[in-house]
Design a protein. Structure first.
Length: 447
């Protein structure tokens, strides 16, 4: 353990840069898929879509730095990455396509929802009482379980309707990267082991290039520099229905972020207090408002980077600061953004299996270490919450018949599973808990 701390304190700048790049690559696919979906659905031109992706990456970097800063007013101060909230995709498309609203109404609603989170961050901070060990462990387990199908989909090629989905080439690249990462963790030590995912992604991309599976077109067409312009797509307009919809999305994001904050707190051995949560929510509110001003997206914590912190065992914030700075740089230089697009989806999917699996194993370890699993009530809480999270992820259309405002709260596996864990814990244990594992007494004294 002491060796790990020394490694973190005396890290060479090149090592810190490499670890930061690794974090950027881990969240990159999730960060760009939202602008691709929303921009495509709203009929953006190629030029506007390129700008949207670039400004999104820049805003991801700024939002990450706001959260990592960790001052007395805002910021959780944990090694957490922020990216655009995927649960906002459908509501944004619906608002943008609504007659009388359009894209300016989307950004007005985003700004208003960010202000809502910022103003009520203190109230949201009280949520820590609803996250005792049985809930926290279940939520972290749910995060891992719900992310693994995403990794497998990417490993197969990303698009399940494509003719080459699950092709021998995609499977060879994806599983090849996974095996490479496993072997790196088995036979290497120190810094090489901590950047095993980055090396695996580079090696997989090079192999894919030799197989003719890397498209250089985005790199050739991208420009070297562009300026950032607030309200690029127009001055925001404010509509009550759109604002209420995005506030619901923001509440969902807060619930998901709470689980991520608690998980990271356990990984880095830091007790997350109610005040810490409030500062984290306040930073998230600022990030959401920033997304509205720069005509990008609402932002939330990215759970996929939790697995990377666990795998690399590098738990200091300097790496995340570098990653945030890299995202800002990429946002100003479209050519760099295009370079990161060269990593094939199947290569990324292979690495994600290891990362997301580590999130799952972290949740299981938390449950085993801190929760009394001899109590039937605790087992039932874990079973139903994890089952609900996985079930909604695998069969998302189960709630399609519900009203749109209610679907926002239940069609996300992480949120549905977390809500189930919270409610069932209150039912069986109340706010007092009673589910923490008892430490055996030593010489007649209970520890």
């Amino acid at each position: 353990m002491e060796r790990e701390r020394i490694f973190q304190r005396n890290r060479h700048p090149f090592k810190t840069l490499s670890l930061g790049i690794q974090h950027v690559l881990a969240m990159y696919a999730g960060a760009i898929i939202v602008p691709l979906i929303v921009g495509g659905a709203l009929g953006f031109s190629h030029q506007d879509l390129t700008y949207l992706i670039s400004i999104d990456l820049l805003a991801c970097g700024v939002a990450t730095l706001l959260q990592v800063w960790g001052n007395r007013f805002f910021g959780i101060g944990l090694p957490v990455m922020l990216g655009c909230a995927f649960q906002a995709v459908s509501p944004m498309i619906a608002i943008g396509g609504e007659e009388g609203m359009g894209i300016t109404a989307i950004y007005g609603a985003i700004i208003a929802s960010g202000l809502f989170v910022f103003l009520f961050s203190g109230l949201f901070g009280k949520l820590i009482a609803f996250f005792p060990p049985v809930v926290t462990g279940s939520v972290v387990t749910i995060i891992g379980v719900t992310l693994i199908p995403v990794a497998l989909k990417d490993l197969g090629g990303g698009d399940v309707t494509a003719s080459d989905f699950g092709s021998p080439t995609n499977l060879a690249l994806g599983f090849g990267v996974l095996i490479f990462v496993i072997l790196m963790n088995r036979f290497s030590k120190g810094f090489l082991q901590s950047i095993s995912v980055l090396i695996g992604l580079i090696a997989g991309t090079l192999v894919a290039a030799l197989m003719g599976d890397v498209d250089l077109t985005p790199l050739k067409e991208a420009s070297w520099f562009h300026m950032v312009q607030p309200f690029y797509f127009g001055v925001p307009t404010f509509h009550a229905s759109a604002i209420l919809t995005m506030i619901l999305v923001a509440i969902v994001s807060v619930a998901e972020s709470t689980g991520v904050f608690m998980a990271l707190g356990k990984i880095v051995d830091k007790e997350v207090t109610s005040k810490d949560l409030s500062r984290g929510y306040r930073a998230e509110g600022l990030a959401i408002m920033l997304g509205g001003v720069f005509n990008s997206f609402p932002y939330t914590t990215y759970s996929q980077n939790v697995g990377l912190v666990q795998m690399s065992r590098v738990k200091t914030r300097d790496v995340i600061v570098v990653a945030g700075g890299l995202l800002i740089l990429i946002g100003f230089v479209p050519k760099i953004a295009a370079l990161t697009q060269l990593v094939p989806t199947s290569v990324l999917g292979g690495a994600m299996i290891a990362l997301f699996g580590l999130v799952l194993s972290s949740g299981i370890r938390m449950l085993g270490d801190q929760v009394d699993l001899n109590r039937h009530e605790n087992l039932l809480i874990i079973a139903c919450s994890v089952g609900m999270g996985l079930g909604v992820t695998v069969v998302p259309q189960i709630f399609d018949a519900l009203p749109a405002w209610l679907r926002i709260l239940v069609d996300n596996g992480i949120v549905a599973g977390s809500f189930t864990a919270i409610v069932m814990n209150l039912l069986f244990n109340g706010l007092k808990g009673g589910q923490r594992k008892q430490v055996p007494a030593v010489d007649g004294v209970e520890e």
